[in-house]
Design a protein around this ligand. Sequence first.
Ligand SMILES: Cc1ncc(COP(=O)(O)O)c(C=O)c1O
Length: 414
Amino acid sequence: MADQLAIQGGAPVRTKPFAGWPVFGESDQQALIAALQSGNWGKLQGDQVRTFEKRFAEYHEARHGVAIVNGTVGLRLALLAAGIQAGDEVLVPPYTFLATASAVIEANAVPVFVDLELDTFNIDPKGIEAAITPRTRAVIPVHLGGLPCNMEAIMAIARRHKLTVIEDACHAHGAAYQGHRVGSLGDLGVFSFQSSKNLCSGEGGIILTNDDELAARCWSMHNCGRVPGGAWYEHHVIGGNYRLSEFQGAVLNSQFDRFDQQADTRDRNGKYLAGRLAKLPGIYPQVRTADCTRHGYHLFSLRVVADEFGMPREVLLDALKAEGIPTSPGYLIPLYRQRLFENLAFGPYTSYRASQPNLDYRKVTCPNCETISYSQGVWLEQRIFLGTREDMDDIAAAFEKVHAHRDQLAPAAG
Ligand SMILES: Cc1ncc(COP(=O)(O)O)c(C=O)c1O
């Protein structure tokens, strides 16, 4: 029967692969070879990384960009540049990649988890306000999947309480909030260019800021504590070698030539798919707020509510896979439930022992994060959104088909 579910032996909705990632061609090859032949392979000798820093910063409306080896290092250097000290508290969401919180530990400070808004998957500004203590110094909003956080509310709270705002924009290249690109809305913004990211060079990252002093500190720390114009073996502050190579700079420059068009395509396709899927009972695509003027769509996220849709998440994802639609359940464990936090396995970073001797992440609960992680969250990857309207129609058709056959699959649970 043509209409039978693929998981039960029917024909799948989709047999063609979706768009692949990374996208590259002749221009990337030429850029890499030119970097090779220049003989200038390090950032301090060549001009590829420097050129890219300028281009990426300008595109995101920031005065300064300091490229670094990855987003994790970028977050830690941003915290150090902001003057975070031992025992300071930094507010972070629990629904994010580990680095948002581990960078805080590696800055010798203490991450404090603040729950999400269920509909946007982003940190809840009300939760930020409630979590502030006399030790709170900074907040790291993560633009989850590329949807800008409620920056107006976050900045207002931060200014009132003198907190530094470090945007974790590792999912949000080119995303815009009220017409302005993210990454330059807070005091500092951090992006990743790791392989899966919407702009990538295998590994890499960048810190953006509009603050000259913060930029100077980041530059110095990423270059072994040197200062511009200083001697090679002259070191002013603690830092390390976190510089990108010219090969990465060359790839980033050629990849960046395609970026804006790719970002528009993702945004258009993501918006269209969200509109189609929202019509199904129990499917709640991440809500695109009125302030979001471009969604980055590093991830297309949605919630499935089992008793409304007619089956639990895992049953849906297996059925979609059989229909030729690749999905993922996303982050399955709230960060505070990772062993690292439950066991305070922080290595030498034990500043909390003096300032927060009763720190116990086993007592932390963020109900919205747990709902999304444990039962409702579903992701589709950014590469899929580089395809066509017909690709989106196939995805929607597969969801609709599985829903129509819900009675033949496992009964709803919770
Ligand atoms: C939200 C978020 N923050 C930080 C990072 C860290 O970036 P990187 O992998 O470049 O260290 C990532 C990337 O994996 C991420 O997804």
